[in-house]
Design a protein around this ligand. Structure first.
Ligand code: HMG
Length: 389
């Protein structure tokens, strides 16, 4: 009999601050309708100077360790495209901050926003080989574009942590997957740059082609039909992208593409991304959290996932909600993670955007800003120093 493997627990964290799109619009003279309706974003998380992908990841994962312990975790896979080191995996810092067992492998994965889905699929393979182990999958990113660029309104930051194992309490992940890879330069960040480069319209087209490609492969692999899905969790660089992608898929399948059909399929998945912004690897799983926190009982229903990472790689797969999943949700914690953020003025946001650790090393203490459980205290001798608050 095949094992039931999937997401046993899911927890997320985001940045200390929030910039409202009304504040950005007042600064750059944009009609707020472009942000609220055109791209479907209301606000974006902004990390404090003493937060990064490690502090957000540890904050996301700590409640999972508190609930389940870390004894069965033998692998940590950390997916990110805002990596802090060319050699050391960010997950090693998280492993230390969480006090996980030393008998554990820790690795970092990268392929733009798609990385966390690769991590989830690899985790499932590891659990299938050794069903006694659990894998901690972490997706953590800070999305940063140049000030006053078209991408600026789609920034954001968040980390999602997922515990993967047998007999999951939330979602059983199914075979097959639909896969798609194409060598495109729609969005990339060379090693010498802090902010990504992007060809906005090309990236939207590349995403839509990838969605179509994954669906085609998914169908050929014998996957479910569109009608079987209760909802669709798309990667959401901005929430309107989920609308575009779903309409594209419906159109490709010759289905009705009216607003109601699209809203019914994706509406509930956009609530967190709409106020957090693009969290790259974490985005599609924030969509899942938002759906589960708001939907009526979906026990036994299947959900579709479309994970897209620029460059590009994409995957379409399905998950089924298991009986009792609602007892394991973190709805209140999730609402608090969003509500606890402090709003910043445009000037404060700009200062945070321009802040960076010295690139030549040396001793540097970060300003104490975060009220979260972990902070990046500074850098000394080219080493990042983390603290538990
Ligand atoms: P832009 O070019 O400034 O915006 O930036 P626009 O002129 O295309 O307008 C956007 C929408 O707002 C349009 O709607 C306008 O009509 C509408 P659409 O035609 O698309 O339906 N609009 C209005 N609506 C209501 N009231 C108004 C109004 N004015 C205009 N007054 C763009 C948009 C997305 C290109 C830009 O933000 C950008 O470059 N973002 C970054 C790239 C991105 O997010 N790409 C998405 C696909 S790639 C991806 O998802 C991967 C990624 O996450 C990275 C990774 O994988 O690592 C990015």
């Amino acid at each position: 009999m095949s094992l039931s493997i999937g997401i046993h627990d899911l927890s997320f964290a985001t940045g200390e601050y929030v910039l409202e799109h009304t504040t950005l619009a007042a600064h750059n003279g944009t009609d707020i309708g472009k942000y609220h309706v055109g791209i479907g974003q209301e606000s974006m998380s902004v990390p404090a100077a003493d937060e990064d992908i490690v502090t957000m990841a540890a904050s996301a994962a700590a409640p999972i360790i508190a609930r389940h312990g870390g004894d069965r975790i033998r692998t940590v896979v950390f997916a990110t495209e805002s990596s802090i080191d060319q050699s050391k995996a960010a997950g090693v810092y998280v492993h230390s901050l969480l006090g996980l067992p030393s008998a554990c492998r820790v690795v970092e994965l990268k392929q733009a926003c798609y990385g966390a889905t690769a991590a989830l699929q690899f985790a499932i393979g590891l659990v299938r080989r050794d069903p006694a182990q659990q894998v901690l999958v972490i997706a953590s990113d800070v999305s940063k574009y140049e000030l006053d660029s078209p991408g600026e309104s789609t920034q954001g930051a968040a980390a999602v942590a997922m515990l993967v194992g047998v007999d999951p309490a939330l979602v059983r992940i199914e075979d097959p997957s639909g896969l798609f890879t194409a060598d495109v330069m729609d969005f990339w960040r060379p090693n010498y740059r802090a902010a990504a480069l992007v060809d906005g319209q090309e990236s939207i087209n590349a995403y839509l082609q990838a969605a179509e490609g994954t669906w085609k492969d998914y169908t050929e692999q014998g996957g479910r039909s569109l009608e079987e899905f209760a909802a669709f969790c798309y990667h959401q660089p901005f929430t309107k992208m989920a609308t575009k992608a779903h309409r594209h898929l419906l159109n490709y399948c010759g289905k009705d593409t009216d607003n109601d059909a699209v809203a019914a399929a994706i509406g509930l998945t956009t609530a967190y991304n709409r106020v957090i912004g693009n969290s790259y690897t974490a985005s599609v799983y924030l969509g899942l959290a938002a759906l589960l926190d708001q939907a009526e009982d979906l026990t036994g229903r299947s959900i579709a996932f479309l994970s897209y990472g620029s460059g590009s790689v994409a995957e379409f797969f399905a998950g089924t909600l298991v009986a009792g999943y609602r007892d394991h949700l973190r709805t209140e914690q999730n609402h608090t993670a969003i509500a606890r953020r402090t709003p910043v003025s445009y000037a404060e946001y700009r200062e945070l955007h321009e802040y960076s650790l010295p690139t030549e090393g040396g001793d540097h203490a970060t300003p104490a800003q975060t009220t979260g459980p972990f902070r990046l205290a500074g850098i000394s001798g080219h080493k990042r120093i983390y603290e538990t608050r």
